[in-house]
Design a protein around this ligand. Sequence first.
Ligand code: MN3
Length: 244
Amino acid sequence: MNRKTFLKLSTTATAGILLGCSPKNSPKSSSVSSGSTHSLSPVEFSLPPLPYPSNALEPFIDQLTMEIHHGKHHGGYVNNLNQGVKADEKFYGKELEELLAFIEPSDTTVRNNGGGHYNHSLFWKLLKPNGGDPYGKIADALNAQFGSYETFKEQFDKAAKSVFGSGWAWLIRTSENKLVITTTPNQDNPLMKKIVPASSQGKPVLAIDVWEHAYYLKYQNRRNEYISAFFNIINWDEVNARLG
Ligand code: MN3
């Protein structure tokens, strides 16, 4: 049998099977299929307000940076995400975390902007004025995993400095319940199971945005000073809540 005949036969066979099923299953399968196509609509994402005034993190992060970062950058990710989701039915009905686990590397718009929306929504909550040193569950966990808070700080600081160009440094809780420091490029994050390596996958517990837009107005090229400042404004209540 040549290739053309084979293709023709297999097409006919498939069509025959489908047709053969159709009289018996038609009402049920057609209602299931129309249900899954038409009952889902694109989820509309929105920009969450900052959980504190835009000048609350001064002098570590300045007011203008917060306003542009939140209103323009994060706002832009939300708008572009909504456009990207509307453009393809495969994204319909999916909440944000589900969407991040679902996307493939080639889903560029949803990857960049869905990541941008998730990462920034989390980042605002992870910050607060006068954060101080860790306490409670996270203090114990950091001591157990890294030896001391100081050692954790050194390693997290080093990871954040090591990101080349734009990206994020993370503390994640892995499926084996370990705390691990990792980094991702651009707006990728540890929930993107089909995109980031297994070693970067887990539940985000702490994160720092090291894109230049997060610090350039105040710190210019001095990323290391911005990273040092970050440790003064960590919301350990939120970190403890995320440890679960
Ligand atoms: Mn940012």
